[in-house]
Every structure is written in C-alpha cells, then in structure tokens.
Design a protein around this ligand. Sequence first.
Ligand code: ATP
Ligand code: MG
Length: 193
Amino acid sequence: MDLRAAKAQFRAEMKALRAELSPAAHEQQAAQAASVLLSLPQWSVARVVCLYASFKHELGTHRLLQTALGEGKVLVLPRARPDGTLSLHEVSDLSSLTSSHLGILEPAPDAPRRDVPEVDLFLVPGLAFAADGHRLGYGAGFYDRLLNQAKPTAFTVGYGFEFQVAPEVPVESHDYCLHAIVTPAGVVPKVSR
Ligand SMILES: Nc1ncnc2c1ncn2[C@@H]1O[C@H](COP(=O)(O)OP(=O)(O)OP(=O)(O)O)[C@@H](O)[C@H]1O
Ligand SMILES: [Mg+2]
C-alpha cells in the first residue's frame, strides 16, 4: 500500500475509535489531559501559546483556552485560509470566536495578527501520533507548514486520546515531528527539553 493510502486508512480508523467514546468519557478524559498539559514546565514558562478549539470528537481543549486567559498568557488561535496556510490571531475573549465553514471555532478575521515565531508553545491536533513525535493530521498539511516556521526554542506538543498514540504512523518527508504528545495518561515520550 502506498503512503497516501496508508494515511487515509489510518485516519478513518482513528475517527471511528474516537466516535465510540461516550460523552461522559470524553469529558473525563479532557479533564485528565488538561491536568497533564497544565503541569508541564513548558506550559508554565510559555508566555504566548497557540492552542485550538476542539471540534466534534476531538479531545476537548476548551478548559485549556480558559486557563490560558486566566493565567494571563497571550492566547493565539489559528484561522484556516484557502491557500492552505494558517494565520495566527490573538484572542482575549472566547465569546468572540466564530464558526468556520467546517464548524471549527476560529478567531474573527479582524482579530489582531501574531507571527508564528512569537509563539512559545503550540498545541497540535491530530488523528494519530507516534511515540517518536510523528503525527498524522487531517490531510491538508496545515500544521506541517505552520510548524516549520516556529522558532527553534518553541515547544510543540500533540494532543489526543491514549489510543491515538501508535507505535508508528505513515510519514512523508514534509511531515513535522513534534517534541511530545500529551494524552490523558501522561506525556509521550518523557519530556526532556
Ligand atoms: N511544508 C509544506 N509545503 C508544501 N506542501 C506541503 C507542506 N506540508 C505538507 N504539504 C502538502 O499537504 C498535503 C497534505 O499533507 P499531510 O498528508 O501530511 O497532511 P496532515 O499532516 O495530515 O494535515 P494537517 O497538518 O492539515 O492536519 C500533501 O499533499 C503535502 O504535499
Ligand atoms: Mg502531515
């Protein structure tokens, strides 16, 4: 099977597994994952954090958005653009987010822009992650393009359920490799930087 077909099959399997979780399990796992992320030293020292608003069956991120604002961090969220890039915007009020055509909550187009190298920590969605940090996203390459512009000292962390971490994921040469993955069960691999 070629890499593109292997990626497509993996994506479908992971979407099906996520959809099987009950709402109560979703809620409980989101709370646990948040406590793992919020106890990382890289979270504590980050001044500018790029998070995302979870949608559908993704591991919930809403309490992280609240916490970032509550802790006085600069909260940045991406907006998907038709050219395949993500623009970053500062958000100071979660009620200002608007739903994209895909149903994802995003900053309003006129929210203040932030540059990628300003971000200290990126929380990265995905369908599957490998223990070495490789990631399988939704298939548009948005995060591969974004993270290649991150400053060298930025911390990039994938976020998902424990079953989304696989021994290996299919990777192509353009795929970005994350520093760590946070799941409700902990950090993979153990954070050393
Ligand atoms: N840095 C890049 N520059 C140009 N094209 C890229 C880049 N990164 C990825 N692409 C293109 O984007 C497409 C999708 O990439 P890929 O299958 O890795 O998506 P993904 O990582 O699952 O998606 P996403 O990051 O949006 O969740 C591929 O056709 C790939 O060639
Ligand atoms: Mg990719």
